[in-house]
Write a protein that binds this ligand. Sequence first.
Ligand code: UFG
Length: 321
Amino acid sequence: MAILVCGGAGYIGSHTVKELVNTYDVVVLDNLTTGFEKLIDSKATFVKGDLGDQVVLDEIFTTYKIDAVFHFAANSLVGESVEKPLTYYRNNVGATLVLLEKMIEHGVKRFIFSSTAATYGIPNTDIITEETATHPINPYGRSKQMIEQILADMAHVYDFHYIVLRYFNAAGAHESGEIGESHDPESHLIPIVLQHLLGQRKKISVFGTDYETADGTCVRDYIHVTDLARAHILSYEGMADGRVANNVYNLGNGAGYSVNEIIRTCERLSGKQATIDYAPRRAGDPAILVASSQKINEEIGWKPDFDLTAIIASAWKWHSK
Ligand code: UFG
């Protein structure tokens, strides 16, 4: 039996494939619009194609014995989703529906879905649990929430089981140093700061200094990409042996760091000093997003191995290569 990883050429997908291939046969489906073929581990089988392409899906599900689908393929930039809502609903909702229909048609019963802290919108609590109300404030968060609701409806009527993983801020690079965070264009804080410290960008813009946080900059919960990858595998194994199904879990470290704290940690680990431009707020940014991951710890036995220093050290190692 094999695992189909949709979006396995992307940042989080490729790190999960690298962990999966140690134990499982893996088929990667990716159209390479935002992913990179060179990130896919050579032990995986790569199929270049669209998630919404019924012919490609039929071919995969008839050629390989797929036991579960890990679904990472999505557009994932909050700001871009406000500018291009139809693109986000087409790719994140429309194409996912085609995949889900094909899974039902071919009798594939297990699904692990990449969701996001953006489903919570502006939470009314400092530590977000899965019970915290979801009120997404942008099309990206809404597109993920829609699929979460569709999965719950499917599990009522089909022999179909899912786990939803709501990621907080994924960061860091694989310990092999072979793959790391790579988006084009890059919009994420840690790679931008590290690229600047390596002389690849003139300065860093800090978006907003007047938030209701200790130093006025936004606070986020950063989680190492390998910790995320391991959570997927544990979730799959928990589903496969019947311990868990049809659940939603947060994935974070449970610690919040401000934009200024991230920049200072990057400076400390690189031994270099940043040039900072204090800019206005970026649209759609909540002040604080910090997760409780107690539920997945109790039910699946997952806990993060990497703290902020280890996350940024791994990213620095990869970027400076
Ligand atoms: N930031 C800056 N300057 C930059 C880039 C980012 O100040 O050049 C700030 C942002 O305003 C934000 C923080 O750094 O306050 C983190 O920003 P990122 O762009 O790195 O990450 P986001 O929190 O916006 O979003 C990420 C994922 C989303 C996911 C979200 C969930 O990209 O897909 O985490 O928390 F929804």
